[in-house]
Design a protein around this ligand. Structure first.
Ligand code: MF3
Ligand code: CO
Length: 248
């Protein structure tokens, strides 16, 4: 379980998360119609390395890149490719992990490219708000289920669905630590939360049904019904009534 108490460990995880946010910020500025997803990955790698960090995802269970790039109906874990070109109107999920001084940071954004449809824009906005509500529920005394409950009720009230096959996670010295953080659940259920716990909170929201399937590449998760999907993730540290958003 990723729990930090020593100030030097808190400083280390803050630094890894700062690198992740820097990469996401620069990638969002770089993404425009005509760029390939391989170029997005290459730029991400370069920034991670220039910050003295290591890409958390590269070679993780055989994943072949530093950045996951997941467009439109792709939910998460899209593999960058020189053949895949970003187009006007796309929503582009970018997911980045960085490891430095013994700790990982992990965060994701969904970038709207040019003229996106009103439905796509609403999906992305609901996904960010769901993430923020999930984070707000991450306070001592609450439970893991309170996070998922906050995410799911908001998403479903807006007519969208949360992916249940994949979830957020504890994070720290390893990219994925306990506990799992489902984006659905019941208030008051699951592990009790306490100060110093590091969590990656990452709702994946589908415009249509919640079902997902995997592409032949073994990684890319797509919506079962072909509807759009959006993803937003932050690494946070539980800290009294105000969780610290380390990748803010
Ligand atoms: N944010 C994603 C996760 O926590 C990214 C993992 S990609 C992988 O699951 F390649 F590392 F698996
Ligand atoms: Co994650």
């Amino acid at each position: 379980m990723g729990i930090v108490t020593l100030e030097k460990d808190v400083a280390a995880v803050r630094e890894s998360c700062r690198v992740v946010r820097k990469v996401l910020t620069e990638l969002a500025q770089f993404i425009q119609p005509g760029v390939t997803t391989a170029e997005i990955d290459a730029l991400g790698r370069e920034i991670i390395r220039s910050e003295g960090a290591v890409p958390s995802f590269l070679n993780y269970n055989g994943y072949p890149a530093a950045v996951c790039v997941s467009i439109n109906r792709e939910v998460v874990h899209g593999i960058p490719s020189a053949e895949r070109i970003v187009e006007d109107g796309d929503i582009v999920g970018i997911d980045v992990g960085a490891y430095k001084n013994g700790y990982h940071g992990d965060a994701a954004d969904t970038v709207m490219v040019g003229g996106v449809s009103p439905e796509a824009r609403r999906l992305v906005e609901v996904t960010y708000e769901a993430r923020n509500l999930g984070i707000a529920a991450a306070v001592p005394g609450n439970c893991i289920g309170d996070i998922g409950y906050a995410v799911q009720t908001y998403v479903e009230a807006n007519g969208f669905s949360v992916v249940q096959k994949l979830m957020g996670h504890g994070i720290g010295r390893k990219l994925h630590e306990s506990p799992g953080v489902p984006n659905y659940g019941e208030a008051g259920m699951g592990m009790k939360l306490s100060d110093g716990l590091l969590l990656a909170i990452e709702p994946m929201v589908n415009a249509g049904a919640a079902e997902v399937s995997f592409l032949q590449d073994g990684w890319t998760v797509v919506t079962g019904d072909g509807s759009l999907s959006a993803h937003a993730e932050n690494t946070i540290m539980i800290n009294g009534s105000h969780p610290e958003i380390l990748t803010a």
